[in-house]
Design a protein. Structure first.
Ligand code: VGL
Ligand code: ZN
Length: 238
């Protein structure tokens, strides 16, 4: 049924993420990343996989998906959580606090995590199986001892910039495809701040995995969608 109306519908759905939601597989409508697109690979680091200090269930499963996507991108940005010892986001920094509890800091409520990704440790290294031949920059974040930074754009005070928006704009990049870990923390905050900075933003769902702390995964998708982040699958890309 290739009626003009159906073609128009398929065209309208292409790139909205609705293609996969409606189950319409239509290869002609696949997204092809161009020179103004960048793949963002968030925090795919050693300790974020099964057996790591901050494990995300099935976290390592994103690596082959990201490696495959990477071959289609001329521009790739890699991010790395890069904390000081005794960082403000570590439960061990506070007396009587346990991981996954929260505390109030100057910029708001902070979830407290197990010690993770301390600068220069093996734990903090990028996952050994990542193959990102065209990666051009690594943005490290969370290196201010008193402040966390889930987002690759703005630190947790929503004021201190990492410089990534300026870098991408200076390079004429308009569209971002966000992947990595964790969907409901660093991926979500990065995607939402990217919208705020004026980029067109897609999150490639099967190239992410979530932590899902008290329903945080569903909440993150809701917030991302409300901010105009588009939810797609890796098969939506050419
Ligand atoms: C992250 C918790 C703590 C993330 C980083 O990359 O999503 N989550 N630090
Ligand atoms: Zn962290």
């Amino acid at each position: 049924m290739h009626t003009p109306a159906r073609r128009t519908l398929l065209k309208a759905l292409a790139g909205t993420g609705l293609m996969s939601a409606t189950g319409l597989a239509f290869s002609a409508a696949k997204i092809t990343p161009d020179a103004k697109s960048a793949l963002i690979v968030v925090d795919v680091q050693n300790c974020f996989v099964t057996g790591g200090t901050l494990p995300v269930k099935d976290g390592e499963a994103v690596v082959p998906v990201i490696n495959k996507l990477a071959t289609g991108f001329q521009n790739i940005v890699v991010t790395q959580d890069w904390h000081t010892p005794g960082h403000a986001s570590f439960a061990s920094t506070y007396q009587g606090k346990k991981p996954f509890e929260t505390t109030k800091l100057s910029y708001g409520t902070q979830v407290l995590w197990p010690d993770h990704w301390v600068q220069g440790t093996d734990d903090a290294a990028l996952h050994k199986d990542l193959k990102l031949a065209t990666a051009q920059i690594i943005i490290r974040k969370g290196f201010h001892k008193e402040m966390d930074s889930y987002s690759a754009f703005d630190e947790a005070d929503h004021k201190t910039a990492t410089g990534l928006a300026g870098y991408l704009k200076a390079r004429g990049i308009k569209t971002l495809y966000v992947t990595g870990l964790a969907t409901d923390f660093c991926v979500a905050w990065t995607a939402m701040d990217a919208r705020k900075a004026g980029f067109e933003v897609y999150v490639i769902e099967d190239a992410t995995r979530g932590i899902d702390l008290n329903g945080s995964l569903a909440a993150a998708w809701k917030q991302m969608t409300a901010k105009g982040v588009k939810r797609i699958q890796s098969t939506d890309l050419a």
